[in-house]
Design a protein around this ligand. Structure first.
Ligand SMILES: *Cc1c(COP(=O)(O)O)cnc(C)c1O
Length: 432
């Protein structure tokens, strides 16, 4: 059996030495993989129940066009999301173009001129800097007279409760909490830690709206942030909850009023959730959500496998090989641009799409150094599919995530290692 398997890996260009090293690492991960499978099983039931309780039917897959009045599939899907993530209501639309759009929508619709936005967990995700106006931008919250305040995490990753207490004032209307570390090196927040933070802030100001940027976090744990006091969670369908099948989309789930505000902003005052044709993509939203717990479990196994491989080989990894996981992102620091590029070439070479192209560093708009990206995805830019990227500057860290199946994540990681080995960028003694 394993001989046959080895042959398959060899056909793809992975040497016996690399394969056997991977097998040894995998052998030690059985217990952790079992926990991940159990969590996926739990979350599968959660999604299934949400679909059954809301009477998903074949009629839900009909295609609407034009205004999209009475689109049963769209309206039912929003009920499914609300049940699944424990919100009062949801907005799940192909008209929400990406995660940044969903977050901007949630912020702009729930804040008014004169209000203040607070981030108690440090600098938010890059693209939000322009939404908020941290980096000057047309149409930012700043232009509308909405101010922003930020309290950084303490050096040990803890919350600066003193600083947060001082920052909350009579204008503080909404708090944004990013669950995933994104492309920073701070730890990702567990749902329980988010709950502690929310409890603390609501004690100081009970009517404060707590929004969680849930990108990359969905189905990683049994619980989601609405279950620990958040008022609104926001995310992208080309990440976890789209299951790799949704070709576009974003969601907002939470308090009825928050979702209603967002709906009136997305379409128009007076129209809200009543319009917005689903144009035939809604079936993939259902199927993607249904598969998401399994897809996320594969991505998580890949992240843990990579952490164990590269930490064993002497590289810095965040999270490390034994830490608990609260999102699907894995960072590997190479301290060497060649190694970083070799890693990305391996991920690309293992892709089902565009495997024959070589990723090259390029000057991407908005970044102050060249960036390299490896992705061979069915959905453009999808980061629930196996992908890797990072800026070509010290400390030469690659962020990698996704994998529609564990097997694909595994072969991608082994291929990355293969490329590093072929260029003598790993300590060969550690490989045996
Ligand atoms: C990806 C991401 C976003 C932005 O989503 P896009 O779909 O890329 O616009 C925002 N916040 C976090 C934490 C993310 O990971």
């Amino acid at each position: 059996m394993s001989d046959l398997l080895l042959e398959q890996y060899k056909h793809l260009g992975i040497s016996e030495e690399v394969y056997r090293f991977g097998a040894k690492i995998e052998e030690n991960l059985k217990e952790r993989f079992k926990e991940i499978d159990e969590r996926a099983e739990y979350n599968q039931m959660k999604v299934l129940r949400a679909m059954q309780e809301n009477h998903v039917s074949a009629e839900c897959f009909n295609i609407s066009s034009g205004y999209g009045y009475n689109d049963l599939g769209r309206d039912t899907l929003e009920k499914v999301y609300a049940s699944c993530f424990k919100g009062e209501d949801a907005l799940v639309r192909p008209q929400i173009t990406c995660g940044t759009h969903a977050l901007a929508l949630a912020l702009m619709s729930n804040l008014r001129p004169g209000d203040e936005l607070l981030s108690p967990v440090g600098k938010p995700y890059d693209t939000l800097e322009e939404v908020i106006g941290i980096r000057q931008s047309k149409g930012s919250l700043t232009e509308y007279g909405i101010t922003y305040r930020q309290v950084d995490l303490l050096p040990d990753g803890g919350f600066d409760y003193e600083g947060i207490k001082e920052a909350i004032n009579e204008r503080t209307k909404l708090v944004t909490i990013q669950r995933s570390k994104g492309y920073a090196t701070r730890p990702t927040l567990s749902v329980d830690r988010i709950g502690e933070l929310i409890t603390f802030m609501k004690k100081i100001k009970p009517d404060i709206i707590c929004m969680v940027d849930n990108c990359y976090g969905e189905f990683v744990e049994e619980k989601e942030p609405l279950e620990v006091g958040a008022d609104m969670i926001v995310g992208s369908l080309i990440k976890n909850p789209g299951g790799g099948l949704a070709p576009i989309g974003g969601y907002i789930v939470g308090k009825k009023e928050c979702v209603e505000n967002a709906a009136y902003r997305l379409t128009s005052p007076g129209l809200g959730k009543e319009v917005g044709a689903s144009l035939g993509v809604i079936q993939s939203f259902y199927q993607g959500l249904f598969l998401s717990p399994t897809v996320v479990s594969g991505a998580l196994k890949g992240a843990i496998f990579a952490a164990n491989i590269f930490e064993t080989l002497g590289f810095d990894v965040v999270p490390n090989k034994t830490e608990s996981r609260h999102d699907i992102i894995q960072a590997v620091t190479f301290h060497n641009p060649e190694a970083m590029i070799a890693f990305c070439e391996g991920i690309q070479a293992a892709a089902p799409v565009d495997s024959y192209v070589t990723p090259e560093p390029w000057a991407m708009p908005g970044y102050d150094s060249e960036v390299i990206m490896a992705a061979g995805a069915f959905v453009q830019g999808s980061s629930i599919e196996l992908s890797a990227d990072g800026p070509i500057k010290p400390p030469y860290s690659v962020y990698f995530q996704g994998g529609l199946t564990w097997y694909h994540a595994k072969v991608g990681i082994l291929m990355a290692l293969q490329k590093l080995k072929e260029r003598n960028l790993v300590n060969a003694d550690l490989l045996c």
